[in-house]
Design a protein around this ligand. Sequence first.
Ligand code: ADP
Ligand code: MG
Length: 308
Amino acid sequence: MDEFSLIDTYFNRNQIPRADVILGIGDDAACVELKPLHQLVVSTDTLVECVHFLSDWDAYDIGYRSVMVNVSDIAAMGATPCWALLALTLPNLNKGWLERFSNGLHDALNQFNIRLIGGDTTSGPLTITLTLQGQVLNNKAITRSGAKSGNIIWVSGELGGAAAALKRTPRIPETHYQRLQKKLMAPVPRVDLQPILAQYATAAVDISDGLSADLNHICRRSKVGACLSLADIPIHPLVEKYYSNPLTFALSGGDDYELCFTTPAHYKVELVQAGLYPIGVITENTELTGLNEQGEPVSLVPRGFKHF
Ligand code: ADP
Ligand code: MG
């Protein structure tokens, strides 16, 4: 099997039809049509063996997760994902691995109606780079830089589960541990929140590195600070149950791929009813602080995953 039959066999199949794909896989470049009055939103993410996943991960999970983490970035912009490009570097041509990897990839892409329109295939150490394109109404992308003093800070779901899966405690039984592992392997990007972001959000970020680190990105870009009510941060119940430092996992764990966003304060009721969690307020000073259960201030150091 050469490079070209590999692409046809594993990647140019199971594809959902999209009328806006003028040219997909097979030419020198792909060509797509944007909806009228829309802008292109583009993001790319690389997964490297031993850095982002371990050698013993199933190839299905690697393919599936590589899509989900990219979709999360597009979701954080308040955009809709549409098209993907896959740059794949493989140490060898392992048909079983490719079959499982591409099954995971297509299952994830098809969930969001995303079409794979091209890529690149090379040999070398296992590396997966996925580039995702989405669309958003002209000038309506939600950025990290729009948070204002007095805004409420929200998170879209329970945190800490994915990071806890990477640090298994002997106290946790196997079935419960598998639920945490699912959080890590198969995160659910919050594309469903697009209408809420479009209507209410002043700034947004997805929680890939950890709540404190990612919220800090909003603060730096918006030139504001944040005060978190630590007791209000939603923590995954299994992390609360089995781990001695659940708040640390929620604040600096990462890999949850929930969204953190800010809104003007008067939208509070509707958003609580929509199942979102208010966790603090944006402040004028540029510090990141937390209030403990007694209401006493504790300083927060933005901690999260860093490559260098
Ligand atoms: P070129 O040499 O002109 O860059 P290639 O021969 O590398 O093009 O690729 C042929 C076609 O297959 C192109 O349309 C390219 O986008 C697509 N392609 C290559 N690798 C992949 C991949 N891993 N997944 C999806 N499409 C791919
Ligand atoms: Mg070419």
